[in-house]
Write a protein that binds this ligand. Structure first.
Ligand SMILES: *Cc1c(COP(=O)(O)O)cnc(C)c1O
Length: 850
């Protein structure tokens, strides 16, 4: 049987035709008035649509469309939204007034495996996707020239379905792309654009879909095409789906195919941002393109790519980083190694942190070919420098060129509209959240003037909504199991609006320890059922389909709901997604976060909760390590190391019970004559004012721009001159051929035994460079304190100056004036010095005195 399909579009009356345009842009997802517009048309259908306006418009009856087009109030509302939308699209944003010279051609291409932009566009799984989605939205708001590249999954989203035993099963709903806010990309002839990609010995094709995210575009590659053999059609079937072989194919499609797609559309980014290692193969295609277009050799093209690429790592555990068997990599990447003009061994070494590594690591590839590297919180930056030190074996850990840019959230996507209204009235000078500078602390200072009872009322409205949603979800779940009416009735009584409510929602990766709270059930029983200060918990989260231990956690918590001690007081809500996340972060009193330090690279859900006034109870990990012990929230444990995992879990679960019992609950139940917890509300205000202005993606994207993109772009322009690139290449050759002979010896005058602060000390070095000209190196003194590992762990670098000559050696000197008392150490070294590059660390030529 051959089935033919065609699409019927709704026939919108002229005066409301704008709805179609609105439904085609994800802008609506962070503009409450736009959401409200859809909601007004048909609230039940809007909820059923999973906030997908494209599907929604197609499902409204023609009669209802006629009705609303005759409803003056509706049409006025629509016209206001239309005006806002056009104003947004036409205005230029922060970037316009902050851009630097020479940025006429500036454009960043941002690559990520997943994007959480809205629940109507299910191509995300967890925090990484949320971050990419929020990055897009903030780039749009700021007017930053940026485009996204990702994959177009038929099944981009795993739905969690608990069976009667509380065991997690999964459904993989198919995306109905005809009714999603995406648009096929066409070529100049009006045909669907096709990109060809070499995949091992085969050639496959990908089509391209565009998503509008406010002012910017996200392009998604799709291999589900007639012209591909069946096994290739399913490459993009499922997010993180299939075996290792399919995973590497996905990464070839994203990285190689993504770069080719941009070229096919005539888009010429100057900067590439690799968000997590999955897309690192893009570096190879860029090198190939540059070699061909500019007639350069591998090393020269690699210099250009390295100088213009940004890489963000997200995984603080080696095993969690993407590793492949080199044989598998060879199957798909050998053709590219050939095009890059390097041997297979040379290619493989790009993915190894040390020559003996048995696997090819995408993170290492990205680190070796991107000059701007970062972790996603300060602590994660430190961890990353330690984790990847092997790539720069002769560099002290503190100098490893991986910095940190702390994650954030797109505040207006996560703030409830009730809170938004409240802040507008008291803190934003009557302006909308989308028209204030949320990164300015002054924007938030007016939060202090919100009357405590008004604030508390708004909080309770959201809490009621959370409770109602949890009840409704549970009811549906019970109906699915065929439960009887009495049981179903009980679902409408779970959770109490006036009880202290603590939320925990995140992926059930085991390091996040969703089970920590249940370490001592008797203690938990006493805590929850304390008649003076009762407590309830709302949990949600999915385990990875292959993670049996994570699924055990899900089962455990979902079963504990039946324990008479906890029934109605500990609730597990099925199928954690963006929608549920919003209800939770907007409605709980306290957000609980208890990962094993330092395994949570950043975490972002706590930032969402904090913006809505929830207080935090968290381990000092990820972003919370930067807020730390404070007087408006609570930290679990410190930064100590434990002897065993059991000891750690015991100590930290005890800490959770104690803090809740002795500090959180008493504060929550301390009420004034109007039953308002004034002191609690003052904590909420302090928390919002401290957290919201910094832990947001506007600040984060600005940081990426100021610290990375703008520099990478500058180097793009500098290195667009082949002569400069060849210059670098010449120096590199001389350095590589002669470095083995360079050496440095300390010949400083003997130090006074008693040196005082303010005294000067001369450091002097004898340096042998052989055939390397002096201007090709920097002679440096690293001054600091020697740590237990023999590294210099703190201090500074000083460039020494050449003051003389001694036969075939050069004399370098510098004068220092110690400012701290106590022991000081220094080490002398020679570092290559090559102009036009962002730093001197790749490939690294450094010689220490030995
Ligand atoms: C915010 C969010 C996450 C990430 O939260 P973490 O704190 O990083 O665990 C994951 N999933 C959804 C649906 C979210 O909204």
């Amino acid at each position: 049987m051959k089935i033919h399909s065609f699409n019927v579009q709704p026939n919108l009356p002229e005066n409301i035709k704008f709805l179609e345009e609105l439904a085609d842009n994800m802008w609506f997802s962070w503009n409450w008035q736009a959401i409200l517009l859809f909601f007004k048309i048909d609230p039940a259908l809007w909820n059923k649509s999973k906030r997908n306006p494209k599907w929604f418009l197609g499902a409204i009856s023609q009669k209802r469309l006629e009705e609303i087009s005759n409803d003056t109030e509706f049409v006025n509302h629509l016209n206001k939204v239309k005006e806002d939308f056009y104003k947004y699209k036409e205005s230029s944003g922060w970037y316009h007034s902050n851009k630097k010279e020479g940025e006429e051609n500036f454009l960043t291409a941002y690559f990520s495996m997943e994007y959480g932009i809205g629940e109507g566009l299910p191509i995300y799984s967890g925090g990484l996707g949320m971050l990419s989605g929020d990055h897009m939205k903030s780039a749009s708001d700021l007017g930053l020239p940026l485009i996204g590249v990702g994959l177009f999954y038929q099944r981009g989203y795993v739905q969690q379905v608990l069976n009667r035993d509380g065991w997690q099963t999964e459904a993989y709903p198919e995306n109905d792309w005809a009714h999603m806010p995406v648009e096929k990309v066409k070529d100049a002839q009006g045909q669907d654009l096709r990109v060809s990609i070499e995949l091992g010995k085969d050639i496959i094709y990908a089509a391209l879909w565009a998503v509008s995210v406010g002012r910017i575009k996200l392009y998604l590659l799709d291999t589900n095409l007639q012209e591909n053999a069946h096994e290739f059609r399913t490459i993009t079937e499922q997010l993180y789906g299939g075996d290792r072989e399919n995973r590497i194919r996905q990464e070839v499609v994203l990285g190689i195919g993504g770069v080719k797609a941009l070229a096919a559309m005539g888009i010429k980014p100057t900067v590439f941002h690799i968000n997590e290692g999955h897309s690192a193969f893009l570096l190879c295609q860029r090198i190939i393109d540059i070699m061909r277009e500019r007639n350069l050799q591998f090393a020269q093209a690699a210099d250009i790519v390295w100088s213009t690429s940004v890489f963000t790592t997200h995984t603080p555990v080696i095993a969690g980083n993407e590793h492949f068997d080199p044989a598998l990599v060879r199957k798909y990447m050998e053709v590219y190694a050939q095009k890059m003009g390097i041997s297979w061994d040379e290619f493989v070494s790009l993915g190894k942190d040390e020559p003996t590594s048995a696997t090819f690591c995408m993170t290492v590839l990205a680190l070796k070919l991107s000059a701007y590297d970062n972790g996603v919180s300060k602590l994660h930056g430190e961890i990353s420098r330690e984790m990847w030190q092997k790539i720069w074996p002769t560099l002290p850990v503190k100098e490893i060129p991986i910095t940190s840019i702390t994650n954030g959230v797109h505040v207006s996507s996560w703030l409830s509209h009730e809170h938004s209204e409240l802040y507008k009235k008291y803190s934003f000078n009557d302006r909308d959240i989308n028209s204030v500078d949320i990164t300015d602390r002054n924007t938030w200072s007016g939060v202090d003037s919100i009357p405590a009872n008004e604030f508390w009322d708004v909080h309770n409205i959201r809490k009621d909504k959370l409770i109602n949603m949890a009840r409704l979800r549970l009811k549906k779940q019970l109906q699915r199991y065929g439960a009887d009416a009495t049981q179903i009735n009980k679902a409408s009584k779970i959770l109490k609006p006036d009880v202290l409510t603590i939320g925990f929602a995140r992926r059930f990766a085991t390091y996040k320890r969703a089970n920590l709270l249940f370490k001592d059930l008797n203690r938990l029983d006493k805590l929850i059922n304390n008649p003076k200060q009762p407590i309830q918990f709302v949990f949600a989260g999915k385990a990875h389909p292959a993670d049996i231990e994570g699924k055990e956690f899900v089962k455990y918590i979902s079963n504990i709901q039946a324990d008479p001690r906890f029934a109605g007081k500990i609730i597990f809500v099925e199928d954690y997604n963006m929608n549920l996340a919003r209800y939770m972060v907007q409605g709980v009193d306290v957000w609980l976060n208890n990962p094993i330090r330092p395994m949570e690279a950043s975490g972002t859900s706590g930032m969402k909760a904090a913006a809505n006034g929830a207080l935090t109870l968290s381990v000092l990990d990820g972003w919370w390590d930067e807020v730390g012990p404070c007087d408006f929230s609570w930290s679990i444990g410190g930064i100590e190391h434990y002897k065993t995992p059991d000891e750690r879990d015991l100590v930290e679960s005890e800490a959770i019970y104690n803090i809740i019992e002795q500090e959180i609950a008493p504060l929550f139940y301390e009420r004034n004559e109007d039953n308002v917890p004034e002191k609690w509300v003052s904590y909420m205000k302090q928390s919002i004012k401290t957290i919201a202005p910094f832990f947001n993606t506007h600040r984060m994207v600005c940081e990426y721009y100021e610290r990375f993109y703008s520099h990478a772009h500058k180097h793009f322009n500098i290195l667009s001159d082949n002569k400069k690139v060849q210059d670098i290449g010449e120096r590199r050759k001389v350095i590589a051929a002669n470095w083995y002979r360079v050496n440095i010896t300390d010949i400083s005058p003997k130090l006074e035994t008693e040196t005082k602060i303010g005294d000067t000390i001369t450091l002097r070095a004898r340096v042998f460079l052989g055939a390397i000209p002096a201007e090709y190196v920097n002679v440096q003194a690293a001054i600091g304190v020697r740590g237990t590992t023999g590294d210099l762990i703190s201090g500074q670098l000083i460039n020494m100056t050449q003051t003389g000559k001694e036969e075939d050696a050069l004399i370098y000197e510098t004068v220092i004036r110690p400012e701290n008392s106590g022991r000081q150490d220094y080490a002398l070294r020679i570092l290559q010095n090559i102009p036009y590059l962002p730093n001197q660390y790749m490939p690294l030529y450094i010689s220490w005195e030995n």
